[in-house]
Design a protein around this ligand. Sequence first.
Ligand code: SF4
Length: 501
Amino acid sequence: MPSESESEHDKKPPQCKGRAYYFPNVTDEEWNDWHWQFRNRVTSLEELARFLPIPAAEWDLRKQVLKDFRMGITPYYLSLIDANDPDDPILRQAVPIADEYHYRAIGDEDPLGEENFSPVPGITHRYPDRCLMVISNSCAVYCRYCTRKRIMYEDAVPDFEIDRMVDYIARTPVIRDVVVSGGDPLTYATQKLERVLSKLRAIPHVEIIRIGSRVPVSLPQRMNDPELLEMLEKYHPLWINVHFNHPNECTPEAAKACDKLLRAGIPLNNQSVLLKGVNDDLVTMKALVHGLLKMRVRPYYLYQCDPVRGSEHMRTTIAKGIEIMEGLRGHTSGLAQPMYVIDAPGGGGKIPVGPQYMLYYSPKEGRAILRNYKGKVYEYLEPRPLESYPVPVEEPALVGRSNGNGNGHANGNGCGNGAANGNGATFGGCGGISAPRFDVPVTPARSNGNGRSNGNGRSNGNGNGNGNGRAESEPSAVVGKSRWARRRSTRVVNKDGNGKE
Ligand code: SF4
């Protein structure tokens, strides 16, 4: 039993959240109707104050923020917020706070340079075979970190602009993949969205259509509309990229919405953004990817938050992202691993980053030194040209072959082992972030402490009969080798160093 003072200290205020807490008088019919949810979004500070405590000292600051960037929170998404927790992860994503005001000048309006790659308004054509089509300026919830904060006003994109985008895609046969995004296309009326999809589907070179949407997260009631699902089904192959950031978003309602989309034959991939105070810790991220898999949603990308103006308070470091990826890889299923990427500022595209598992690689040697998720180091040998193997591969022939032309092997082993040890020493910790070394010269002094093995290895490779490098240069850090690799080592570097056993 905790002492009285401990229990007082540890006592957390009870959670105040959920539909019954915020909207006790709303009927099921209203709650499950996406139009009702959309119509009743919380868009002003005054409305928000009816549900959540707003510190008096922050009132004016938050008001100022809303002059710059709108707020919109569906009743459903609001119901996920714990009113007693000012740091609630759902609140941080949707509610303006004082920090958004304080750091509002930092960052770019268009951090990805989307407008520099825009042949016609609304299209970003950055990569060779695919393009982005922004058809909507409206979202169910306006995320405080949104990359496209600059376009989030609520005037609909006019049809003639959408037609111009479609026309560009039709005139550009290299485009085989179109990402339809916004804003959020699923906030459109079904007929309006169908108008866009049918035009795209009529273009012969458009192979796949992807929709980017946060609606399954923030307005899952949208998927209660059977017309929408029937319509989407007509335009396969159609994919949807959803956008869950926190396990608290993986609710039964969201799971049901995802299930309906999946049953309509639409694969779902998730794109999360790494956000300070929301999901920038391993426990949360692991719970999120597990929650996604339970809903049959594949974790696809984890984005480093873009340096967009007004979101500085939500950004965190790359080191944090790498630490999280390190904690996922190997510690949970491969299916649960998103690709961690940085969208390069100015329009460089997505660049994968992450922990380094290949510590050394030399195509010349055909050899790599790898570490696993526990930090143990392994050697991997690439295939040699087939004609360099004896046929059939038999022991005597192998020996003969080694003697005859085993120089390449010997070199590989002599250098390789030294390098491995060198790497073992360099990367011995392996828990942190290590720079890879590709084709780097070996460090003889590291290999066995006497600096000779590499030289010997090489000499053996030259067939000079000096080779005794194997035993000395065998890296202590390398704990795993393939059976073939072991045989290769023992064959080519022998006891008396003359290339024979
Ligand atoms: S739903 Fe997507 S487009 Fe809309 S505000 Fe959020 S991040 Fe931006």
